[in-house]
Design a protein around this ligand. Structure first.
Ligand code: AN7
Length: 349
């Protein structure tokens, strides 16, 4: 069967009609990968949902196919977003297919190189500002009010609608519902979307239980954990360098209703998990994505997650998005003369 993308596959769950032009890169249908290594390590059954396999390399594509299709349906000529990188890459690509203008506001110097290259190549009008993501999003909100540009950040409800489809896929792929569902939390759109998706699938009797929503923020950017906005958020995981999440309330609701948790992981824990997932499970995700696994390992260590649970960690973006952090985190290649004995000597075989 030919896979048709998020909108066609989940049409009955989405606010689209026959008049909605479908702007798609056949996003979704991403791999759910069993990790033997992480399962052994945690005494749980751990699966990695690799959202980095989406067409622009992150989960944002699920929401963007909806947001851009609905903007096109409404006759909008331009879209705008603030971004820590992935939203802008996705918006720029979908806007290109829709033949719409895309305006991108990014915090100066804090966007991973891969993401910036995408926005530029897809022809977005990219502006960097002296400010963080939260300030950039305020600017975008103002511009969206004053000018006929559609905001495609996750404050756009169609983004949430599209992103919830990740839930349906996971339950169908597993043929079960995870006990614990781990994911990074930045602007908190994704945890909001996933929880909505689980509840909808439950109400439609596609599943018979709900998971515990287990979100993780970076310790230097953990407003929900601290219970107050962080004015100067910092973390190596630039994707989630966000101090005042737009979907704060719905993230807390997801945590409370699911009897889950939102806690913090340090940059060191993030980088350790980032390297571990790549080296031992063969999946290369970006640092922010590794917060889900870092968090799982931390909660296991703290005794806050029992044995033998079915766990899904969402890996939200591809490792190639941020080559700088990869190169800095790993071993540099060693220079050798170009002959066999030099290589064999190094290997010690
Ligand atoms: C890889 O691109 O906010 O909690 O502007 O890129 O739904 O915000 C990205 C967020 C996790 C956090 N993992 O998701 C943006 C942006 C990756 C991300 C998140 C982001 P939300």
């Amino acid at each position: 069967m030919k896979y048709k993308g998020v909108i066609e596959t989940y049409r009955e769950y989405l606010p689209v009609s026959e008049n909605t032009p479908v702007i798609t890169f056949y996003e979704g249908n991403t791999p759910l990968i069993h990790s033997k290594h992480l399962s052994d390590l945690t005494k749980c059954e751990v699966y990695l949902k690799f959202e980095g396999a989406n067409p622009t390399g992150s989960f944002k594509d699920r929401g963007m196919t909806m947001a851009i299709s609905k903007a096109k349906e409404a006759g909008k000529k331009a879209v705008i977003c603030a971004s820590t990188g992935n939203t802008s890459a996705s918006a720029a690509a979908y806007a290109a297919q829709a033949e719409m203008d895309c305006v991108v506001i990014i915090p100066k110097g804090k966007i991973a190189l891969g993401k910036l290259s995408q926005a530029i190549m897809h022809g977005a009008k990219v502006f960097e500002v002296d400010g963080n993501f939260d300030q950039a999003l305020n600017l975008v909100r103002e511009l969206g009010e004053k000018y006929p540009v559609e905001i495609v950040n996750s404050i756009n409800p169609y983004r949430i609608e599209g992103q919830k489809t990740g839930t349906f896929e996971i339950c169908d792929q597993l043929n079960a519902v995870p006990d614990y569902f781990c994911l990074p939390v930045g602007n908190a759109g994704n945890i909001t979307a996933y929880w909505k998706g689980f509840k909808e699938y439950y109400n439609k009797k596609q599943i018979d239980k709900l998971p515990k929503m287990t979100g993780f923020q970076a310790a230097g950017s953990a407003p929900i954990v601290l219970g107050k906005p962080v004015e100067k958020p910092e973390t190596i995981a630039t994707a989630i360098r966000i101090g005042n999440p737009a979907s704060w309330k719905t993230a807390v609701a997801a945590q409370e209703e699911s009897n889950g948790s939102i806690t913090a992981v340090t940059d060191d824990e993030i980088i350790e998990a980032y390297k571990l997932i790549a080296a031992k499970s063969g999946v290369f995700c970006e640092p922010a994505s590794a917060a889900s696994v870092a968090g799982l390992l931390k909660r296991r260590k703290e005794g806050k997650l029992p044995d033998q649970q079915l766990v899904v960690c969402v890996l939200t973006g591809h490792g190639l998005k941020d080559p700088d952090t990869a190169i800095k985190s790993g071993q540099k290649p060693k220079s050798l003369p170009c002959n066999t004995s030099a290589v064999i000597k190094e290997l010690g075989y």
